[in-house]
Design a protein around this ligand. Structure first.
Ligand code: F0G
Length: 455
């Protein structure tokens, strides 16, 4: 059949609250025109993030009931260890409470002042941890990855020439690790090809530099390799994932994404020496090495979730849901990052709202319009998030995007039809949208708590 249906039925439901436009106007004003400050109850369709917001399966819940909450040597840890080993092949599992905690443990241990850590595009938390360790986070994504309308099938790929040039420029001794983020969240959720992962790993190996994967959305990336890269159509997602990890010496993981869990994460790696150094820090900041910030039941949920994320029917439905919204938007002329990525649709507000200057935050304006019109919450990835410079000045971000990230297994096709209606309606009223100014905001990560006002 041509219709791709949700590969699950629903046994437990959560009501969502309908509000009127007049009410939303008031709620948004009260929240300082910042959707982060809305109560989730006042949002109808919440696409703020795909992180920790997914629905768990009956299998995961049953594992959680029979979890082992022992402080040391919990059988739930060993179940997670065996799942991670089976899928990634890595020898050591260092559990953490979420992805950024794995980043903290890794970068505090291996990076120091003056180091450079190349990646396709570092996610914000990754960049923040690299910089916190005194090192430079350098983004080396291919040029196509920065062009919203380029149709390259693997826009998350690393530019190999730029990687080699970086190694020549800063020297092997100043590069403790080379990272690659799959899929490339900060660059539109775009995948990385197996060919690129292999090539990066070869360059890393030739120079004796460890190569790690930021694996948050590894299963979605495996699906793109299966459907777009020659030679993989007949391989299963799990075998593709195994091959991806086989090129690397380790990974950081937020289990809140393709771990299909509400919380959790890990660092996994091969080096005995590095693992024991990392465990020393893990005990300080996360917890004993057989739970590291997760309850036994969290480890059970992740152990099962990692396999569920690799299920073919699930992945087909997952990636299709995003593309389905993208297709409807493109048909109506709404400018989006193409092709659609694995976890989100990214709307290009700079292209859509040329009458709003970047420093009057066009993507913020469009995101707020979605809430006012339809109770939909996305997130601005533009100049409110990235514009503030360390010296206090403002500089427009490279792109002004509204990211609509899909929680896993949460919304159905009619929710998506509704979303398309709201987005298209907002697009049709685009000439009436105005910019915003920030009236109050903190120095760092201001998008989370700033208060704004329409101009
Ligand atoms: N790496 C990537 C690529 C991510 O997208 C995230 C989180 C992290 C690391 C950090 O993981 O949240 O478990 O500490 N991304 C979320 C998002 C927050 O909305 O994209 P975490």
């Amino acid at each position: 059949s041509d219709t791709i249906i949700e590969p699950f039925r629903i046994r437990s439901v959560e009501p969502i609250r309908f509000t009127e436009m007049a009410e939303r106007k008031e709620l948004l004003a009260r929240a300082g025109y910042n959707p982060f400050l809305l109560r989730a109850d006042d949002v109808l369709i919440d696409l703020l993030t795909d992180s920790g917001t997914g629905a768990m399966s009956s299998q995961q819940w049953s594992g959680m009931i029979s979890s082992d909450e022992s402080y040391a040597g919990s059988s739930s840890f060993y179940r997670l260890e065996s799942a991670v080993h089976d899928i990634t092949g890595f020898e050591h599992l260092i559990p953490t409470h979420q992805g950024r905690a794995a980043e903290n443990v890794l970068f505090t241990t291996i990076a120091s002042e003056g180091d450079v850590i190349p990646s396709n595009t570092h996610f914000d938390t990754t960049r923040a941890h690299v910089e916190h360790a005194g090192a430079e986070a350098r983004d080396l994504v291919i040029e196509e990855g920065k062009k919203p309308r380029s149709q390259h099938p693997f826009k998350g790929n690393m530019d190999l020439e730029k990687l080699k040039a970086t190694i020549r420029e800063v020297g092997v001794e100043n590069i403790p690790v080379i990272m690659i983020t799959v899929t490339n969240n900060s660059g539109g959720g775009q995948p990385v090809s197996m060919e690129n992962i292999r090539a990066v790993s070869e360059i890393a190996r030739d120079h004796g530099i460890p190569f790690f994967i930021d694996a948050c959305r590894f299963a979605e990336n495996a699906w793109f390799i299966k459907s777009r890269e020659e030679g993989f159509a007949d391989k299963s997602p799990i075998d593709i994932a195994r091959q991806m990890f086989n090129y690397a010496e380790g990974c950081t993981m937020s289990a809140k994404k393709d771990g299909m869990a509400n919380i959790g994460g890990f660092l996994a790696l091969n080096s005995d020496e590095l693992a024991s150094e990392c465990r020393n820090l893990e005990i300080l900041t996360e917890g004993f090495p057989t739970y590291g910030g997760m309850a036994g039941y969290d480890m059970e949920a992740v152990a099962t979730g990692l396999y569920e994320a690799l299920d073919e029917d699930y992945l087909r439905y997952r990636v299709r849901s995003i593309a389905y919204l993208g297709d409807k938007l493109m048909e109506a002329g709404v400018p989006i990052v193409q092709p659609t990525g694995g976890h989100a649709v990214y709307i290009d507000a700079k292209e859509m709202l040329p009458h709003i200057d970047s420093l009057e935050y066009p993507a913020w304006s469009f995101n707020n319009a979605l809430y006012l019109l339809g109770g939909v919450r996305g997130v601005e990835i533009g100049s409110v998030m990235f514009g503030k410079q360390p010296d206090g000045s403002e500089k427009p971000a490279a792109m002004e995007l509204v990211r609509l990230a899909f929680p896993r297994r949460v919304y159905t096709q009619s929710h998506v039809d509704y979303l398309a209606e709201v987005i298209i309606a907002a697009y049709q009223q685009r000439d009436q949208l105005t910019g915003y100014e920030i009236v109050e905001g903190p120095e760092v990560l201001r998008h989370f708590s700033a208060r704004l006002q329409p101009l």
